[in-house]
Design a protein around this ligand. Structure first.
Ligand code: FES
Length: 359
């Protein structure tokens, strides 16, 4: 039996009710239907809280989901009280990791919805929503010879991915083509997760210095000179709080600082309008149409488009498209999501206000 034939058996509106207590996917799989991996979600396979206020999650990424380049980030979403909250987290893994897993670290922030939720509730088996890889920095395929990494607090994660990748490639070890140094700032050494991974970097040639700001103060030019006396010719990557950026600019001078590659992650969640329905702009086709609150798939078809689809009931993911802007409601759960640039299943998503979709 194929997924499309399932859609003829079940009317969309009644499906989930009739199939309670299991989701349609459960029955489809028990009938031998082969379903593609859900590209919109990742599964938590391990949870660790190695230092105070940091939740380390190991995620299984669905087949076909693009892993960000070292230094880049994944969009991660959780549902809290029916609303999707998304943030960006950089996997700490080297680019060579090939087991389909990715490790991220989430530091608790006062009042932070997602970090608090994961600190208290993350457990193996939990499903997290996935957005497209993002990030302003990424290690280029043509590796720079000399690399200086500067990070503070949560900024450790993209830098660990870059350092681990270069170390694993023999870039900075004996006979390697380049040099890699890393200055990381934390309140104290006890605040730094991934101690085991950090220990593996020095033998591979990465000059790492972790500076506890409570004891040693903040970034100075001397710190740069000590860890990377060759930094004037290096590519510099920065991820950390504003104070660290100000310190680096002061140490380097404005002209040199302009060359620094800086990662800034923002929550990026758009606002959610009142009321369902809105104007849907189909960006690829240039067609704009009003949608009173039906699915994006039905709205697109009513506007004369023919988006790819299969089951029309949220199972096969054939219809997945990128919602560039605006908010949509998942009609199966009622959850509303307003994160720009996320993949949605258009057969079970309806606009909440105006939406731009890549169709
Ligand atoms: S999930 Fe199958 S068509 Fe939308």
């Amino acid at each position: 039996m194929t997924a499309p034939s399932l859609s003829r058996l079940f009317s969309r509106g009644l499906t989930r009710t009739l199939l309670t207590p299991h989701a349609p996917e459960h029955y489809a799989r028990s009938l031998g239907v082969t379903l593609p991996d859900d590209p919109t979600g990742a599964t938590v396979v391990a949870v660790d809280r190695p230092v105070a206020d940091v939740t380390v999650l190991t995620l299984r990424l669905p087949d076909g989901v693009e892993r960000p380049a070292p230094g880049g980030a994944l969009g991660i979403g959780v549902v809290i009280d029916g609303v999707v909250h998304r943030r960006h987290y950089s996997p700490v893994d080297a680019a060579s990791r090939a087991d389909g897993l990715a490790t991220i670290a989430v530091r608790r922030h006062p009042g932070g919805a997602v970090s608090e939720f994961l600190w208290h509730s993350a457990s193996p088996g939990m499903r997290l929503l996935l957005g497209a890889p993002v990030g302003e920095i990424a290690l280029p395929d043509a590796r720079p010879a000399d690399v200086l990494l500067v990070s503070g607090g949560s900024g450790i994660t993209p830098m660990l991915a870059i350092a681990s990748t270069l170390a694993g490639e023999g870039h900075c070890g004996p006979g390697g083509p380049g040099r890699v140094a890393w200055l990381h700032y934390a309140r104290s050494g006890a605040d730094v997760p991934f101690a085991d991974r950090l220990r593996e970097l020095a033998p591979a040639g990465v000059a790492l210095r972790v500076i506890g700001t409570a004891e040693e103060g903040h970034l100075t030019r001397e710190h740069l000179e000590q860890v990377a006396p060759w930094h004037s010719g290096a590519q510099i990557y920065l991820c950390g709080p504003e104070g660290l950026a100000v310190g680096l600019e002061s140490a380097l001078g404005a002209e040199r600082y302009a060359d620094v590659h800086r990662e800034r992650f923002s929550a990026g969640t758009g606002t959610v309008p009142d009321g369902d329905g809105g104007t849907v702009t189909h960006l690829a086709s240039g067609v704009t149409a009003h949608n009173a609150g039906t699915t994006l798939l039905e709205g697109a078809e009513a506007a004369g488009l023919s988006p790819a689809h299969g089951c029309r009931m949220g199972i096969c993911h054939t219809c997945t498209a990128v919602r560039v802007s605006g908010a949509t409601r998942d009609l199966r759960t009622g959850e509303v999501d307003a994160e720009p640039g996320c993949r949605v299943q258009i057969c079970v998503s309806a606009p909440v206000g105006d939406v731009e979709i890549e169709l």
